[in-house]
Structure formats: C-alpha cells, structure tokens
Design a protein around this ligand. Structure first.
Ligand code: FAD
Length: 326
C-alpha cells in the first residue's frame, strides 16, 4: 500500500466548522493509507476549531492566522495555503467542493502542475491507485479517475463521503504558521448575511423544496414550517425563484446548487431535467404534486398525488405529534 501525507482544508462558517470539513478528513484518510492527515485552518481566529478536526480524525492541525484572513479571499487564502504547502510538501490535498474549495483547488493544481479531480462523491483504494468517482452529465453517469503521478488534489461534494466517528479523546499536535498576508488585490469590507442563512443548503440532510406550484411567497412559509419541524432547509426550483416566491440563493438545479441530502421533499415541482440535475442523487426523494403524470414521480422513491396546501400542513402536524410522543 502506498502511504501519502495529505493536507485537508477545513472551512469555518458563521462560527462553526462546516460538516464537509469532517467528510474531507475521511476522504484524506482513504488517500493517505498509513500516511499523515493534517488539517489546515485559515482565518483570523481559528484556534477554537482545531480540537474538533482532531476529534474527527486529523492527526495534526496547522493554524494560519492573520488579520487579512478574517474573510476568505482568493489571494489571501492562496498565500496562506501556498506557504503551508511549501513547508509541508504534501502528497495530496483535499478540499470541500464549496465556493472556497472550487476557487482554491484549481489555483493550487495549476501552480503545482498537479492532477485535480473535482466534485468527487466516492474515493477507494484499488490496485491501480486511488480511484475517484465523480458524477457527469448532471448526475446521469459517473466517471472513475486516477491521478497518475505527482501531487494529488480533490474537491469532495458535501454529504457523500461519510465522516469518521467523532472521538473527543483523540490526540493530535496543533501548530501555527507565521505569515505576512499582503498585496491583496481584493479586500472584503463587510459581509452582509442573507436572512435565509442557516445550515448551508448543500450540507442540509433534509431539504423541503418548493416550485411554481407553491403559488406565492406565503406558500413558502408552509414549507419553512415543514423544514423547521424536520430540522431541514428550504430549497426551490428556478420556476419558484423566477416567479419571485423566494430568493435565488435557494435555487437547486443545473444553474443553482447541487444537493445530495438524505431526504428531499419536492413540493409543487414538475421535475424538469434542469431541476433534476441538482437533486437527483438525493438519497430519498419524496414528491408532492397534484399531477400524477408529473416527471418528478419518475425519480421519486415516494410520491403523494394531491394538493400541497393540504398535504404539507398535515405533515407538519403529524411530525409535531410524533415529537410529542417521543
Ligand atoms: P412548473 O414546471 O410550472 O411545475 C409546477 C408543478 O407544480 C406542476 O407539476 C404542477 O402540477 C404542480 N402543482 C401546481 N399546483 C399544485 C398544488 N396545489 N399542489 C401540488 N402540486 C401543484 N430549473 C430549476 O429548477 N433549476 C435550475 O437550475 C434550472 N436551470 C435551468 C437552466 C436552463 C438553461 C434552462 C433553460 C432552464 C432551467 N431551469 C431550471 C428551468 C426548468 O426548465 C423549469 O422551467 C423549472 O424547473 C420549472 O419549475 P417548477 O417545477 O417549479 O414549475
């Protein structure tokens, strides 16, 4: 077995480590074999997060802190990461397939002349090497790729590679790297949070998504009720976004977010191919639609033919009752 030393970029958002950071550690372990997995945390104040990365399997954590790293910028994060790469000389790097990972991974790959496999949903050790699986053609096919030589880079799609079990008694070294972050071409002055922000849609385990059948913004309040009792997030079709029922940040599909939750509840969504491109790999799909011929039923695991304005409130009540009974 070839062993490799692998770096993982952890991501902190709104005061929490993103769950995909733990999935990235599991992915890195698969690549590393008996090699070392070291997590890199970049930001202004990152010390509070290192122990959690270790609990999820990182052997070591490298903290890179600087005032100019308070908010993620391409230039700043790249400077920090290149400094760590120069010092560590890793054999592999794993990023989350998030805005930050999608931005940094190709930069690093280009600079290091390394092989990058992006949007990976599975990693396995085979005799031909580390085999990365990634979806193609909006999830209709999968390809398997190996990096034949040199540094190996991957971005992993959230919610696909299970994290290792959390073990708070695991030990690991924590180090910090001194860095001057300068000559930034862009600086973020202020971050204005969207009011719909909570768990990242692409990381949500349960998504209640609404389409044009939801009729208006008030209809989306019903979906928010269901999402809340289930501990999930609300998403939307482009039809619903175009109609002004909700914010475009909720759009799922070919030109929106790609999601793979455990449960996807599609309410009043017809199932256009461009919508399926963003959610067809969800583990369980439940469709609520009054048209029994709607295309969404062709990919749904469970279908309810009926009026969502009757079904969604009934589901909310049912889940509330179940919780009372627990
Ligand atoms: P509709 O197709 O109008 O479907 C509404 C559904 O609601 C119907 O099936 C109807 O039976 C049902 N319904 C109505 N009333 C009720 C009720 N009371 N109870 C239950 N069911 C009800 N779309 C995306 O979603 N994401 C994308 O990223 C995306 N990208 C695109 C990119 C391109 C280049 C193009 C051309 C299109 C893209 N689209 C995308 C648009 C896509 O083609 C569809 O137009 C869109 O998905 C339709 O949205 P919808 O299902 O909400 O609306």
């Amino acid at each position: 077995m070839v062993n490799r030393d692998v770096l993982v970029l952890g991501e902190i958002k709104s005061g929490n480590l993103k769950a995909v950071s733990f999935e990235a550690i599991a992915a890195a372990k698969e690549i590393a074999g008996n090699g070392e997995v070291a997590a890199v945390l970049i930001g202004k104040e990152v010390q509070g997060y290192s122990q959690e990365m270790i609990a999820f399997g990182a052997d070591r954590v490298i903290e890179v802190e600087h005032e100019n790293l308070r908010n993620a910028t391409s230039d700043g994060y790249a400077q920090a990461l290149f400094k760590v790469i120069d010092e560590e000389q890793p054999d592999g790097l794993v990023f989350a397939h998030t805005d930050i990972g999608k931005d940094l991974a190709p930069r690093v790959a280009s600079r290091m002349e390394a092989g990058l496999v992006s949007d990976v949903t599975d990693i396995s050790r085979k005799k031909e090497g580390i085999v990365f699986t990634r979806p193609l053609f909006s999830g209709k096919a999968f390809e398997k790729k190996v990096v034949t030589e040199g540094l190996m880079l991957a971005t992993i799609r959230p919610n696909n590679i299970p994290p290792l079990e959390r073990n708070s008694s695991r030990g690991g070294a924590v180090e910090s790297v001194d860095i001057e972050v300068e000559n930034l071409r862009t600086m973020i002055q202020e971050v204005i949070h969207n009011k719909s922000e909570g768990i990242d849609l692409s990381e949500a385990k349960i998504i209640v998504a609404g389409g044009r059948g939801v009729k208006n913004a008030e209809g989306f309040v019903l979906l928010e009720d269901l999402a809340e009792v289930l501990g999930g997030r609300v998403g939307a079709s482009r039809g619903a976004c175009d109609a002004g029922f909700c914010d475009y940040s909720l759009q799922i599909g070919q030109t929106g977010k790609v999601v793979t939750p455990d449960i996807y509840i599609a309410c009043g969504i017809s199932g256009a191919i461009q919508h399926l491109a963003g959610m067809s790999n969800s583990k369980i799909i439940i469709a609520i639609n009054k048209d029994p011929e709607a295309n969404i039923f062709n990919i749904a695991d469970y279908g309810i033919v009926g009026d969502l304005f009757e079904i969604v409130p009934a589901l909310v009540e049912e889940v509330k009752q179940m919780k009372v009974g627990v």
